[in-house]
Design a binder for this molecule. Structure first.
Ligand SMILES: [Mn+2]
Length: 323
């Protein structure tokens, strides 16, 4: 039996013999976080389990219309009245932003490189295109029938984590799962429209402002953009509206990496990075105490913007040269 199969068997046993579950994902949940949690919730309820779904931050607006989303509770602490916590899509327990989990029997299901194996059972598969793929395999192994609700949430997880089937560890299995989800009632066009084409005017204005701030370094291979609190206010936008804007520069053929500086306070920035192919931005993020994947990572930096910008460019250039 392979290690992955053994781990899956351990999780199946743990799920079968326990009754009260809390399902958790990371702060500022994305489509993979929410899709994985919701699919798991429907599956466990189909098995007669008691389930609570908890996140520290609210669900972004483009996901609100999907089935069952109202069940997600926003809280930063959980009690002890659970037989297990299933933590999905988190490289580390602190990524949940939720207190009280250390007292529970934690099942860790994740695909982020560098997962710290914080659970009592740890199922970690870096090769999964989305945590939702792993959740699909678990649901399948539990023998739960794919309902339209489960199928929709698995499809959301995979579609969003691959940037609309654009990047990441997509394999034939990814499409096989999506095919099974479509057969079970997930509607690819409706899901894509709801997630990608339900923007606000504030976001459209913000897109213009962020693109206007764009400048190039490293001979045109590196794009940098900056979002200040003033820009947000001027555009009538919220910080949610900036999600995904980082990907826009990568649509340009010659741009291989992008760093997006988001002002948090006048002295601190949150930096998100994306890259194409072999350019490793995870290495850059780690150099500043952050992390993520090779092609998508983030970190926080303090200091005046021109200064941190310069430090990040230097580190980025190392990754670009090495690729
Ligand atoms: Mn993911």
């Amino acid at each position: 039996m392979t290690t992955a199969n053994k781990t899956l068997t351990e999780i199946l046993d743990a799920v079968r013999e326990r009754h009260r579950f809390v399902l958790i994902s990371h702060m500022r949940p994305d489509g993979d976080a929410i899709g994985s949690q919701m699919a798991m919730a429907y599956a466990l309820r189909a098995l007669g389990k008691t389930v609570r779904i908890v996140d520290r931050d609210p669900v972004p607006s483009q996901f609100l219309a999907f089935p069952g989303i109202d069940d997600i509770e926003v809280t930063s602490e959980v009690g002890e009245d659970f037989d297990a916590a299933i933590v999905m899509e988190c490289g580390d327990l602190s990524r949940t932003g939720v207190k009280g989990l250390e007292k529970l029997f934690v099942i860790n299901i994740d695909h982020h490189p560098g997962n710290t194996m914080f659970g009592r059972i740890n199922w970690f598969d870096e090769s999964a295109a989305a945590c939702g793929e792993m959740v699909f395999d678990l649901i399948d192994a539990l023998g739960v029938q794919l309902t339209p609700e489960i199928a929709t949430h698995i499809y959301i997880a995979i579609m969003t984590d691959t940037g609309g089937f654009h990047f990441g560890h997509m394999t034939p299995a990814t499409f096989d799962i999506c095919r099974r989800c479509a057969e079970a009632g997930a509607r690819p066009e409706a899901i894509a429209r709801a997630v990608y084409d339900s923007s606000t005017l504030g976001r459209l204005r913000l897109m213009g402002a962020v693109l206007h701030s764009l400048d190039l370094e490293a001979g045109g291979r590196l794009a940098l953009s900056h979002l200040s609190l003033k820009m947000l206010a001027d555009c009538g936008a919220t910080s949610d509206d900036s999600d995904g804007l980082i990907n826009l520069p990568l649509t340009v053929k010659d741009i291989d990496a992008v760093a997006f500086f988001r002002e948090v306070t006048s002295e601190s920035h949150r930096i998100s990075m994306r890259s194409k192919g072999s350019v490793d931005v995870n290495r850059v993020a780690k150099a500043f105490g952050g992390g993520g994947h090779k092609n998508a990572a983030g970190c926080s930096m303090t200091g005046p913007y021109p200064e941190i910008r310069k430090r990040l460019i230097e580190e980025m250039c190392r990754s670009l040269t090495a690729s």
